[in-house]
Design a protein around this ligand. Structure first.
Ligand code: FES
Length: 102
């Protein structure tokens, strides 16, 4: 078994990171406060952020720097927010499109 070349920042910290409560598709979670919304979704295992409006194929954040617009989610009722450009905050409501639309 090969160790991953990547590790989470908190694995190198001596103290446990502060967390905050968010609602992802109506379900409560605790995530580290130093994350973007897109990173928090990956942290929680939610890889799909939306579906393509024409093909309906699932999409997920790609660049994580505000360029690709693949990470669009609804944050606190505001649609089409780039999750990679918004830090998580306490009591933030995040809705991914697959669960947000029928
Ligand atoms: S992941 Fe590319 S804009 Fe957010």
């Amino acid at each position: 078994m090969t160790a991953s070349a990547f590790s989470r920042l908190h694995q190198h910290q001596t103290s446990k990171p502060d967390t905050c409560r968010i609602l992802l598709n109506g379900i409560e979670h605790q995530v580290p406060v130093a994350m973007s919304v897109a990173a928090a979704l990956l942290y929680l295992g939610q890889h799909v952020t939306r579906t393509h409006p024409v093909s309906r194929q699932p999409r997920a954040g790609l660049c994580h720097m505000g360029v690709c617009f693949e990470c669009l989610v609804t944050i606190n009722g505001q649609q089409n927010q780039r999750g990679c450009m918004r830090p998580v905050s306490s009591n933030m409501s995040i809705i991914t499109t697959p669960q947000g639309l029928s």
